[in-house]
Design a protein around this ligand. Structure first.
Ligand code: ATP
Length: 254
C-alpha cells in the first residue's frame, strides 16, 4: 500500500488538555478517506498539524513521503486545504479570490482564469462570482473555499467538515467533483460527523476518540456487519447520558 498520509505518534497538548495523544493516522494514496469522531475527539487539531497549520508537540507527519514540518514549502505545493472556520479574503469577489489564490500558487494568469471559470461553473457560483465573499452564505463560502483548494490541482486534499451548511443540491455537486478527483488517483481526507455520508462516500475510515485512533482501515473492515453508525457508537461508547433527567422538558406544568 502506498500511503498519501502517515503520522506516527502525533501529539498535541493545550495546557493540561491532551488534544491528540499519539496518533498514527494512515491514509492510502487514491482513497476517499473519512476522519470521524465525536465533538472534541481531536480531528481538527490532527488535520491542522498534518496540513502544517499547527505545530505538533511531538511525532512525525509525512505526506507522499515528505516530512511536513521539515519540508513545509514542497509539501504545501502539493496539498489543498479547506480548513475549519475558513478565513477568506472577504473584500474580494469570488472570482477575484480564485485569481488571487492561483497567482499566489504561481499559476499563469490566463490558466488561472480558465480554471476559475470552470470551477465557478461546476460549483454553481457563476451568478455570484462578482459578489464580495463577505456577502456569501455559509454554503457558498464552503464552495468557493473548495474551489480555491482545488485550483492548483493538489495531490492530496484535506477538508474539515466540507458539507456543513451546504444544501443537498450543492453537496451533490461537491461529491461529484470529489469523486472525479479521487478517480484520477488523488486523495481526499475529510472530517465529518455525518456517518451516512462517510459510509456512502468513503472507502477508508479513521475513527478518533479522546485524542486517539480507535479504529482505522477499509470501510468494510471498520464497520464489518454493522452500519458505520452502529460501529461508531460501539467504538466511541454510546453515552446515553441524560435521558432520565430533563423531566421538566416538554412538561406543560411549568
Ligand atoms: P469537533 O467535532 O467538535 O469539531 P474535533 O474532533 O475537531 O471536535 P478538536 O477541535 O481537535 O476536536 O479539539 C480537541 C480537544 O482539544 C478539545 O477538547 C478542545 O477543547 C481542545 N482544543 C482544541 N483547540 C484548542 C485550543 N486552541 N486551545 C485549547 N484547547 C483546544
Amino acid at each position: 500500500m502506498v500511503e498519501a498520509v502517515r503520522t506516527q505518534g502525533l501529539f498535541k497538548r493545550f495546557g493540561q488538555q491532551i488534544a491528540v495523544g499519539g496518533v498514527d493516522l494512515i491514509v492510502p494514496k487514491g482513497s476517499f478517506a473519512g476522519l470521524v469522531g465525536p465533538n472534541g475527539a481531536g480531528k481538527t487539531t490532527t488535520l491542522s498539524m498534518v496540513t502544517g497549520l499547527l505545530r505538533p508537540d511531538g511525532g512525525l507527519i509525512e505526506i507522499n513521503g515528505h516530512n511536513v514540518w521539515s519540508d513545509p514549502v514542497s509539501v504545501k505545493a502539493h496539498i489543498g486545504v479547506l480548513p475549519e472556520g475558513l478565513r477568506l479574503f472577504e473584500r474580494l469577489s469570488g472570482r477575484e479570490l480564485l485569481l488571487y489564490n492561483g497567482q499566489l500558487r504561481g499559476i499563469p494568469l490566463d490558466e488561472v482564469g480558465r480554471r476559475a471559470d470552470e470551477l465557478l461553473r461546476i460549483m454553481d457560483l457563476v451568478e455570484s462570482q462578482d459578489k464580495l465573499v463577505v456577502d456569501y452564505s455559509t454554503g457558498m463560502r464552503k464552495k468557493i473555499g473548495l474551489a480555491a483548494a482545488l485550483l492548483h490541482n493538489p495531490d492530496v486534499l484535506f477538508l474539515d467538515e466540507p458539507f456543513e451548511g451546504v444544501d443537498p443540491v450543492s453537496a451533490n455537486t461537491l461529491v461529484e467533483v470529489l469523486r472525479r478527483y479521487t478517480a484520477s488517483g488523488s486523495t481526499v481526507i475529510f472530517s465529518s460527523h455525518v456517518m451516512d455520508l462517510v459510509e456512502r462516500l468513503c472507502d477508508w475510515v479513521s475513527v478518533m476518540n479522546r485524542g486517539h485512533i480507535v479504529a482505522q482501515g477499509p470501510l468494510d473492515e471498520v464497520r464489518r456487519d454493522r452500519t458505520l453508525n452502529e460501529a461508531f457508537l460501539e467504538l466511541v461508547g454510546a453515552r446515553g447520558n441524560g435521558e432520565e433527567g430533563l423531566t421538566w422538558l416538554g412538561s406543560t406544568t411549568a
